[in-house]
Design a binder for this molecule. Structure first.
Ligand code: NDP
Length: 303
């Protein structure tokens, strides 16, 4: 089948493309840059509209942990527009397509759930925005919604991943050097939950919904699935397991105030605080995790 991946050139998108191609699917990436196997956003927006496809997903977004970017208004604006404008471009192109795809998947995040040491969140948990990142998730997911008549035929899915773990990007790529040098440690108190997923499983979940749209009757609003591993872990457990598998000490905790100073407190919350997120519907949908626990995930990554 033919699949369209907005932002498919990135960390998650490259893993997803590999998986989809091994399954024999045809993949077209929507990108800011033209190239082989790619079309540009300008094409989707202006000239030819949505190419004929069976499923579409959006993975675009300015990297939130870009160490080269200082936390200021222009960066925040880019975080919002790179996600919301691309999502609107795709949902708008789907809505006006003469042959819309069967499934439309948005990958957002777990920042909509309020960080807590005790609360447990499933996809059914109600939430209202409480900070910058939860507002981002609200606007981002709203931008994906299709008009009711289109939602009769195109299934809308939202996947909310935790920190995506893999060798070629995301959190691990940035932590590898300090941990390898033996100066890694817990962040903040270390007791905060650390929702995570192996990149192979996130790609697997996305592929699952691109290939087999959910069975339920069409719904006006998207069906949400938490994209996290089922094992609930803390930052302390992650830190100790990563150090153990790398065979390095992890005795240098980084205090929360330092994280706030380095990253800006509005984004440091991703690391210094966390949510216990349960992938209830993802499991009910029959997805079988390849890396359900930290040990198997980190062993694969460290290799
Ligand atoms: P990447 O950082 O790898 O970026 C994905 C793609 O987004 C890039 O390849 C790029 O495509 C496009 N992009 C980057 N900046 C901009 C911009 N300013 N405007 C438009 N497009 C831009 O993301 P990941 O693969 O790590 O993540 C995929 C999605 O999942 C993102 O939306 C992210 O927010 C979300 N997510 C990721 C997590 C993680 O831990 N990695 C955790 C939770 C959610 P091109 O250069 O081809 O235009």
């Amino acid at each position: 089948i033919a699949l369209l991946t907005g932002g498919g050139s990135g960390f998650v998108g490259r893993e997803l493309t590999r998986l989809l191609k091994t399954k024999g699917h045809e993949v077209t990436v929507v990108s800011r840059q033209p190239g082989p196997g790619k079309i540009t956003w300008a094409r989707v927006l202006e000239s030819s509209g949505l190419p004929v496809c069976d499923g579409a997903v959006n993975l675009s977004g300015e990297n939130i942990m870009n160490p080269l970017r200082w936390w200021n208004d222009s960066y925040k604006k880019d975080l919002f527009s790179s996600r919301i404008d691309t999502t609107k471009a795709l949902s708008g192109a789907i809505a006006s397509s003469p042959s819309p795809p069967r499934s439309w998947v948005l990958v957002s995040g777990v920042a909509c759930y309020q960080p807590s040491l005790t609360a447990q969140y499933t996809e059914d948990s109600p939430w209202t925005p409480f900070d910058l990142l939860s507002n981002l998730v609200k606007e981002w997911e709203a931008a994906a919604e299709l008009p009711e008549n289109v939602a009769q035929t195109t299934r809308q899915v939202v996947i909310r991943p935790g920190a995506v773990l893999g060798r070629d990007g995301g959190a691990i790529k940035q932590m590898w050097l300090p941990f390898w040098l033996g100066v890694g440690g817990t962040l903040g108190s270390g007791r905060q939950p650390f929702p995570w997923i192996h990149v192979t499983d996130l790609a697997g979940i996305i592929a699952h919904f691109l290939e087999t749209p959910p069975e339920a009757a069409p719904t006006a609003s998207p069906q949400v699935y938490n994209g996290v591993a089922p094992s609930l872990n803390t930052n302390y457990e992650f830190t100790k397991e990563f150090g153990r598998i790398l065979n390095r000490p992890t005795v240098f905790p980084v205090p929360a105030f330092m994280m706030n100073a380095l990253l800006g407190s509005e984004r440091a919350v991703i690391l210094t605080q966390g949510q216990k997120v349960i992938p209830k519907r993802t499991l009910e949908a029959g997805y079988q995790y390849k890396y359900p626990d930290l040990s198997s995930a980190l062993k694969e990554i460290v290799g």
